[in-house]
Design a protein around this ligand. Structure first.
Ligand code: AHG
Ligand code: MN
Ligand code: MN
Length: 336
């Protein structure tokens, strides 16, 4: 098979398919270089003294791991001077990060979850990076939080990396989903799957079952029906997987189908869900939809949500279309 590098793929998208403007192509190249750097750092593990807590907390009251901080710095540093961005925002920073005046500015906004699945770092299980690209609103020269508050449908690009047995990069520019694998010897990403399609049906679900007592009735009903197996109302046996790294769970779904749920629960009424809309749910929802799947909160399409805050949380139900639609239909049942 002819090897198509990420660079070659993006150039082809720009010149032959007119699917990506030059500055967005260069922005993606810079993001992919940061991902390569994070992958190398993650791979060193205990040898580089990068495991464990950073001793600090982020704006969301979560303890930061050393790698959360390192990955955030790698992304900030690499993307600051490229000239393609107006500002950046991250899970690990309270507000937008402005591009320093000494560097040229561009017309895009980059949002990221630098290290997804932080609880897995120290136990040597897959982690990843998620990112989303928006256009900076016209006339805005110093983007504040409000410039970022655009619905997921406005994303011009979304992607994520998984630092697993191999490092993979999943990318969409709004015309299908493509997967690249890092060639560690040559130091570049190579196209390994084009136009990924998620099967519409699945018998595999991913949810943190320990939260069951906090879920709303439609979610309890769905999971109980799956657990009932062949003799239950769904008439078939289901299998369960939960990696506790959304990147790894979503990559599995892109590979062989499945449904991923981090539903709304009543553990803490101030938080409608665990995952963050702007840099977790939206990019993943765009990728899943572009691969033929569906992504909903149970009540509305994730990509249609009008955001109200940079770090707002949201319920996430995504993956194989027919199962996601089943969960949505359970939410519609009167009284639930
Ligand atoms: P992050 O490490 O960026 O905070 O995100 C972790 C997320 C997501 O990757 C995963 O699906 C979920 O949190 C795991 O949550 P539980 O620990 O509640 O299972
Ligand atoms: Mn995350
Ligand atoms: Mn994170």
């Amino acid at each position: 098979m002819k090897r198509i590098t990420l660079t070659r793929f993006l150039i082809d998208e720009q010149y032959n398919r007119k699917a990506v403007p030059a500055d967005l192509r260069l922005l993606i190249e810079v993001v992919s270089r940061s991902i390569k750097a994070i992958s190398t750092t993650v791979g060193k593990g205990a040898l580089a003294g990068i495991l464990g807590d950073a001793g600090s907390g982020n704006i969301q009251g979560e303890a930061q791991k050393k790698l959360d901080v390192i990955a955030n710095e790698i992304l900030l540093e690499a993307n600051e001077w490229g000239g393609h961005l107006a500002a950046m925002a991250s899970e690990e920073m309270e507000g937008p990060h402005a591009i320093p005046h000494r560097f040229p500015k561009g017309e895009y906004l980059l949002l990221f979850d630098p290290l997804d699945g932080s609880s897995n770092i120290d136990v040597n299980t897959s982690v990843g990076t998620i990112f989303s690209v928006l256009r900076c609103p016209e006339g805005v020269t110093t983007p504040t939080e409000s410039a970022f508050l655009q619905p997921g449908t406005a994303q011009v690009c979304a992607g994520f990396a998984v630092y697993g047995p191999s490092t993979v990069l999943v990318l969409t520019l709004g015309a299908g989903v493509h997967t690249f694998t890092l060639d560690r010897e040559l130091g570049g990403f190579v196209l390994t799957q084009q136009h990924v399609q998620i099967p519409a049906d699945t018998q595999e679900f991913a949810i943190n079952m320990s939260n069951m007592r906090h879920w709303e009735p439609p979610m309890k009903r769905y999971v109980e029906e799956m657990l009932a197996g062949k003799t239950g109302p769904l008439g078939r046996d289901y299998n369960m997987r939960w990696i506790a790294s959304m990147v790894a769970d979503v990559f599995r779904i892109l590979t062989r189908g499945g449904i991923f749920m981090y539903p709304r629960d009543n553990k803490d009424p101030s938080k409608p869900g665990r995952l963050r809309l702007m840099y977790e749910a939206n990019p993943m929802a765009m990728i899943i939809e572009q691969a033929g799947g569906a992504a909903s909160t149970g009540r509305e399409r994730i990509l249609d949500i009008e955001p109200s805050a940079l770090h707002q949380r949201v319920a996430v139900i995504l993956g194989s279309k027919n199962e996601v639609e089943r969960v949505v239909s359970y939410h519609r049942v009167v009284g639930e």
